[in-house]
Design a protein around this ligand. Structure first.
Ligand SMILES: Nc1ncnc2c1ncn2[C@@H]1O[C@H](COP(=O)(O)OP(=O)(O)OP(=O)(O)O)[C@@H](O)[C@H]1O
Ligand SMILES: Nc1ncnc2c1ncn2[C@@H]1O[C@H](COP(=O)(O)OP(=O)(O)OP(=O)(O)O)[C@@H](O)[C@H]1O
Ligand SMILES: [Mg+2]
Ligand SMILES: [Mg+2]
Lengths: 260, 260
């Protein structure tokens, strides 16, 4: 059955969507059948994979609120081996809509369990792109996940938020999903010329040791240009430093998964 | 009575907190009595103004959920003329806690109305730093505000989110707060050498005309170093380009307010 990884950090703008899109594309490029689930009402992962609002007929909103079968929402993308369940703006109201619903935290998990039964579980990886908050959507992703990938910008506010995130992970592990583990911390938008970035990266490696990926994603303007063309950076400019870093990240992820 | 401005954008990491902290400090520096209300569970504005978690006895959580009187929560900061109501991590649960509460969107507005009655309304400005979402916390800020300031990063995803934000503003204006107006859009982390930044800034000015501040906030590492010392950039390094830009922004804001 597929490995489910939630891409999570409640701090905004740290590179969650960029990591979900480009890591998924890199995994697909090395032959891993990969699905991206976009559960952020902003729908940036959907846009970044070329699926505009008009093409989002069935979405993660339907899966989470109306318990729609996952396989009827899966779209192919411009990338071979890569599929997408798009987001919908209405996800913004899910916290209230599920306020009194039974098993509100298990909606994604139930949908993934349903997928496995149908045999379309030929997927190798499922990456869930989360919104910048620790609300019911992110808790749903953490409850369904085998592990979480934490994109971390090398900035002070981003570091400050890490302890809140880890407390929430502990809560989810004890009450909702005992198998949840931190798959890895990925340093993003790294600029080695910047003192603060070097300092944060040293701090994080000291605190979290092997949990921190060796691969760092450098700040690279080509990465931020790609979404405007509805393409992952790996398709928009496969030879830029950003794309190469995500390819390296994918192979490091595979290596880590083999060791476990 | 004080002018209430909500600093809002559901896109994460666009410079909301940095703008709330440094614009407030700049307004205080030119003699405007200013209050920052931190309603983001991350509490970055509180940290950036030197108030750590241990010093946050009464917070915006108490104001919003327990209807605590605002004046009993106001703390002075290291900056003359600048006060803070700190955030609390428990704000993350407010959406659920107020799910069935009457007038859930008016909690901040009621608190501000209470403040005015006590005569401590010698304040000139109140800036509300919002979380990266359009949930009950942000809607509370929009309901209480005279206007909103929208920090906008010159990136594709940030531009994409603008239309969702403006739809929400329209909804709040028709159903909760008829006086709500867009006070201005501030381009943040601007790097003129970057094509994408120039393109986004041209697009935004074409679409929104005079709503866009002339002052742009440049990308400046000193700005991101300051929070690690618990100080606004204007105190940490008053002569850096970032601080100068926020001083310019404050005087442009005052000019705009006079014209209205
Ligand atoms: N390595 C990088 N180099 C340059 N720009 C980057 C890089 N990674 C991400 N970006 C840009 O930074 C911005 C923030 O990244 P992104 O939207 O992926 O973060 P996020 O954590 O998903 O944000 P949100 O919290 O709003 O969901 C985007 O405009 C993106 O294009
Ligand atoms: N002009 C600037 N130059 C350099 N760095 C900046 C600038 N403005 C903000 N930053 C840094 O960028 C990061 C994001 O800014 P900030 O935290 O203020 O955004 P935000 O919109 O409040 O984020 P969130 O959505 O998480 O609340 C922070 O680490 C901040 O220090
Ligand atoms: Mg995102
Ligand atoms: Mg903030």
């Amino acid at each position: 059955t597929p490995r489910v990884l939630a891409v999570v950090n409640q701090k905004g703008g740290v590179g969650k969507t960029t990591t979900a899109i480009n890591l998924a594309t890199a995994l697909a490029a090395i032959g891993q059948k990969t699905l991206v689930m976009d559960i952020d009402p902003q729908g940036n992962a959907s846009t970044g994979l070329g699926v505009g609002p008009a093409d989002r007929k069935k979405t993660t909103y339907d899966v989470i609120v109306d318990e729609e079968k996952l396989q009827s929402t899966i779209l192919s993308t411009l990338v071979p081996n890569l599929w997408l369940v798009p987001a919908h703006y209405d996800l913004a109201g899910v916290e209230l809509e599920l306020a009194n619903a039974p098993r509100r935290s298990y909606r994604i998990k139930q949908a993934l369990d349903g997928l496995t039964k149908t045999g379309t579980d030929k997927l190798d990886y499922i990456l869930i792109d989360c919104p910048p908050s620790l609300n019911v959507l992110t808790v749903n992703a953490l409850t369904a996940a085998d592990g979480l990938i934490v994109p971390l910008q090398c900035e002070f506010f981003a570091l400050e938020g890490l302890s809140q995130l880890l407390r929430t992970v502990d809560l989810v592990r004890t009450s909702l999903n005992p198998k949840l583990a931190i798959q890895g911390i990925v340093l993003t938008m790294y600029d080695g010329r910047n003192n603060l970035a070097r300092q944060v990266s040293t701090d994080v490696r000291q605190h979290f040791g092997d949990l921190v990926y060796n691969t760092m994603i450098p700040r690279n303007v080509r990465i931020s240009e790609a979404p405007g063309f509805g393409k992952p950076a790996l398709i928009y400019d496969h030879s830029c430093v950003g794309s190469k870093a995500y390819m390296k990240l994918a192979s490091e992820l595979i290596k880590r998964e083999k060791i476990e």
